[in-house]
Structures are given as C-alpha cells and as structure tokens.
Design a protein around this ligand. Structure first.
Ligand code: XMP
Length: 278
C-alpha cells in the first residue's frame, strides 16, 4: 500500500482531525469507515491509526541531470519529496530542477539553498529557483528584520513556501546554532515559515522546536543514514519529514534503500507511539 501519507492522498481525503492537528497527520482505515472524525478522541475510540506525517524526502546533492531524473522517476510514489542542493544546482543549472520535477510533479520539491544574506539578496536568489520548487530553505540566524521578513514576503507573492533552519545536523552546530536556539526560534516565530529544519542527529532539539512552535510548522529533519540518525527517530521526536541523501542516492539500489528506510520509519514510529500495524 505504501506510506500512509500517499494512501490518504490517493484517496483525496482530508479529515477535520487532520485540520485540527494542523500539520501532517495521516489516517489509515483499519476495519472501519474513516469519514466523520472530528476530534482526536473520536480517532482514538475508532479503529483508525493516526500517523503524524511519516514522510521521507530524498536529497540530491551531486550527479548529472539524466541520472537524477531517472532516479526521481523510480522514487516517485515511493517517497514524499525531493530536496535539491546547491552543488547540484551550480553544476547543472537552476533550470535542471525543472527536468527533475517533470518526472514527479506531485512530490514536494525543496530548493536547499541555505540562504544567508540580507533579505533583498536572498530574494534575488530565491526568485531564480522559484519556478522549479515549492519551497526554499534559508538560515534562521540571519534574523527577521531585513532578512527573513523580506524573503517571506517575496515567497508569499510567488506562492512558494519558506523553510528556515533552526539548527543543523553536524556536530559543530551544537556549539553555535544550539547556543542561540531561543533567538533563532524568535526570528522563526516572527517569520511564520511553512517549515523548519531541525537535526535528526539531535532529537532533543526537534522536541524543543516542536514544543515552542507547536503544530504551526512542518519540521524537516536531515541527518538520517550517513550522518548517523536512525530512520524514524526524528519522527518520534516530532518531525514531519526525514531527509535522506547518501543512504539512498549512494545505494546500489536506491528504490530498495528508500523502501527499507520507510519500513524502518514505520517500525520505529510503531514502537515510540504504539501505533498499530498496517
Ligand atoms: P545525507 O547524505 O547526509 O544528506 O543524508 C543530508 C542532506 O541534508 C542536508 N542537510 C541539511 N540541510 N540543515 C539543512 O537545511 C541541516 O542541518 C542539514 N544537514 C544536512 C545536506 O545538505 C544534504 O543535502
């Protein structure tokens, strides 16, 4: 059947409960009719499993367009989204993302530019990639006034989403980003982005971000696989999506690797949340 998110989407179904939860929560029917859920209480009393966004985003950072496009075609319908990084876009050109997107237009497409400049310049950069992506990532430490505020305005005008880095997945970020997490989250609260990046490698940071921002944002968590975090751990801490690069793109069989990761996410989520089995 695939991931719960795809199942719910394929049914074109969005319950009031999902609206109530305010971020990705996907329901899968279990011997019951799923219409008419209006509260978490109802969900709990019915035979319906509630998932909080078991999502997987694949990161493309290197390689050529043809190779990447072929892989997107194979992963389309298996994973939830694709994140394209600066090395790929510099090597292949911003428009190369259009060729990838064509292979899976329904997925979430994220431009990982990690913008860190004054708002005006971040806006110029974001405008170049905006035609090919749903969302653009910027650093949170640049602050709100004259930074994230201008970028958010521009992306709103273009009907594109802003994603802001709250902290990073590599060890060094614990000594920099994490030290000013409160201030960065203040800027993020002011900017009201669609999404926030928080490290899968430090689930305690994800918990803090979720506690502080509530369900108003999606949390995207990189660091799974090559950087050491196990699939599902970040979801258990409150993330909506886990981002995986090399563990999928560097695998001999990327589709198989993605399926294994999704299965591991499901198992880990089941044990941390006590969710039922499909
Ligand atoms: P790997 O191969 O390590 O790739 O699975 C991870 C992908 O995620 C990006 N990355 C981050 N992006 N904040 C971000 O916005 C982070 O803390 C972070 N850590 C990793 C990385 O660029 C690669 O595409």
């Amino acid at each position: 059947m695939g991931s719960p998110s795809r199942y719910a989407r394929s049914k074109g179904w969005r319950s009031p409960l999902i609206e109530w939860l305010g971020h990705d929560a996907w329901l899968r029917p279990y011997n019951t009719v799923i219409a008419g859920l209006n509260s978490p209480e109802q969900a709990l009393s019915s035979k319906v499993m509630v998932y909080h966004g078991m999502g997987l985003i694949v990161a493309f950072d290197k390689g050529g367009v043809d190779e990447a496009a072929a892989l997107v075609g194979k992963l389309c319908g298996v994973v939830d989204g694709f994140k394209v990084g600066v090395p790929f876009l510099l090597a292949n050109g911003a428009a190369s993302a259009g060729a990838l997107r064509e292979k899976c237009p329904s997925a979430l497409w994220v431009a990982d530019l990690k913008l860190a400049d004054i708002g005006y310049v971040m806006g110029l950069t974001a405008s170049i990639v905006a035609p090919f992506f749903d969302a653009v990532i910027a650093h949170g430490f640049v602050g709100y006034e004259g930074g994230l505020d201008e970028l958010k305005r521009l992306l709103d005008e273009k009907d594109r989403k802003l994603i802001v880095v709250a902290s990073m997945s590599h060890p060094g970020a614990a000594k920099t980003y994490d030290k000013v997490l409160g201030e960065v989250l203040e800027a993020i609260e002011a900017a009201k982005p669609w999404g926030v990046v928080a490290p899968a490698t430090r689930p305690s940071i994800i918990r803090l971000v979720r506690e502080r921002l509530g369900n108003t944002v999606k949390i995207l968590a990189p660091g799974v696989g090559a950087q050491g975090a196990r699939p599902g751990e970040a979801l258990c801490a409150g993330a909506d999506y886990e981002i995986v690069g090399r563990a999928i793109t560097g695998s001999e069989n990327p589709v198989e690797a993605a399926r294994r990761i999704i299965e591991e996410q499901r198992k880990t989520l089941s044990s941390c949340r006590g969710a039922g089995q499909p």
